[in-house]
Design a protein around this ligand. Structure first.
Ligand code: FAD
Length: 422
């Protein structure tokens, strides 16, 4: 049984971005839940994340925009350059592009803290139970029994509820229980090095830059905190990505080495940014392989289901990892609200969200927004161009961006017309 008098209806496994959004959404729907997290203490980990308008709409419906505005940067434009610093494509983003909801560039730790504070405030301090690593969930006709272990491996008392949702990230234990023969995450052939550095505002002061291409080295650069010192500097997030035969180890906190990727970017001194100087001034560098998994045919198995990275890990090439986890959470809470806390709602969630995210996972592999850079790289042979219009039309590049918006669920007209999930 649960820890207090009120029986939890839903057990949420994992207090990451998806699990915490689910807890807030279930609470909004009047459904009692508790979140069980493996680590003994939740800390603000990671580096930058982008939240696109389809995700911020959901956070706005949870009343979180003021808290996000206090920590993140409202992104104003997406800008693409080749590795010579020549402008390839530019389009407005978030409210500047006419959406009703902003796009945020934000530190994952800040986003996580906004969600965690809201959960503790609204659901109470006991609603997130740390030091509880899920080791498996059994189900019977009336409910689920979730088993846990402490950080030292000691077995902890089991908990019971009507349903359990695995929000336990890319190495999900519940996913392994449901699909025991699935292999390790699939390496995309690209390693990433990530870091943050203090820097004066560049371009619009709220630009998301993608530059170069993976064969020679690609970068994603954007500010994630404003006014971090008295000189008006920002905290700028950068990610360097290069094709590599061997994957780096999968550990979100593994330090990276400058010499492994810096040669690819040593000449990137642009009039809008000195990239090597930015990288060298970073506090710490992290290394991580770009991985995903083949889409699953089904997440819901009776009273159990999956959400976020546990359900659909994707390569981070479309700013949709956190966003799709947030949308899963809102859709699932909406289904449970409308259909009742039972298997019918989990099946409804499965029917819609498996299909939608399968398309995102596959498009992130083949045709994400950075395909814009691939097209220009391939047609120019990676060389400087005289006139961009001689190799590609703006309309063609716009079509790549627009196609991704449609697939991921943030086509402006469709997003505006869509009823709320909850
Ligand atoms: C430490 C960390 C740093 C990250 N840094 C970045 C980053 O810099 N950039 C980026 O784009 N993405 C990062 N991510 C991934 C990003 O948060 C997710 O891709 C995305 O937000 C989807 O969220 P999620 O809730 O599905 O998964 P996550 O945010 O990964 O959350 C999963 C949660 O489940 C917990 N957990 C794992 N196993 C168990 C278990 N057996 N029982 C209970 N709890 C468990 C984890 O500790 C974690 O809190 C990071 C994830 C983590 C955990």
């Amino acid at each position: 049984m649960s820890k207090d008098d009120k029986t939890d209806q839903v057990i949420v496994l994992g207090a990451g971005i998806g699990g915490l959004t689910l807890a807030l959404s279930l609470h909004q729907a009047g459904i009692a839940c508790r979140v069980y997290e493996a680590v003994a203490e939740l800390k603000p980990l990671g580096v930058g994340i982008n939240l696109l308008p389809h995700a911020t709409r959901e956070l706005s419906e949870l009343g979180l925009l003021p808290a996000l505005d206090a920590v993140g940067v409202r992104t104003r434009e997406a800008v693409f350059f080749n590795s010579h610093g020549q402008l390839v494509f530019r389009e407005a983003a978030g409210t500047d592009a006419g959406y009703d909801w902003p796009q945020y560039s934000i530190h994952r730790g800040d986003l996580h803290a906004v969600l965690l504070n809201a959960v503790r405030e609204r659901l109470g301090p006991e609603s997130v139970v740390c030091g509880h690593r899920s080791t498996g969930v059994d189900q019977d006709e009336t409910g689920v029994t979730a088993r846990f272990a402490a950080p030292d491996g000691t077995a902890l008392p089991s908990m019971r509820a009507a349903l359990a949702v695995g929000c336990d990230g890319i190495h999900s234990v519940l996913r392994k229980q449901l699909y025991p023969n699935e292999g390790a995450p699939r390496y995309s052939g690209v390693n990433m090095w990530r870091g943050t550095a203090k820097h004066r505002p560049f371009l619009s002061g709220a630009s998301m830059v993608r530059a170069g291409w993976l064969d020679q080295g690609k970068m994603v650069i954007y500010p994630i905190r404003n006014d971090v010192d008295a000189d008006g500097n920002q905290l700028v997030n950068w990610v360097a990505e290069i094709h590599a035969p061997q994957p780096a180890l999968q550990d979100w906190s593994r330090p990276g080495r400058l010499e492994d990727f810096m040669p690819a970017f040593e000449n990137w001194h642009f009039d809008w940014l000195d990239v090597p100087a930015l990288i060298r001034s970073s506090d710490a560098i992290l290394e991580y392989p770009m991985v995903d998994q083949d889409p699953l045919p089904k997440w819901t198995h009776g009273r159990l289901t999956l959400l976020g990275d546990a359900a659909h890990p994707m390569v981070p090439r479309g700013s949709n990892g956190a966003g799709q986890a947030i949308i899963d959470a809102r859709f699932l809470a909406g289904a449970l609200h409308k259909l009742g806390v039972g298997t019918e709602a989990l099946e409804a969630y499965d029917r819609v969200r498996v299909k939608a995210t399968t398309e995102v996972v596959l498009t992130n592999r083949s045709n994400p927004p950075d395909t814009i850079l691939r097209e220009v790289f391939q047609r120019s042979g990676g060389q400087r161009f005289e006139r961009l219009e001689d190799i590609v039309s703006t309309g063609e590049l716009q079509a790549i961006s627009d196609n991704y918006k449609r697939v991921a669920g943030y086509d402006p007209a469709a997003l505006k017309a869509r009823p709320s999930y909850l």
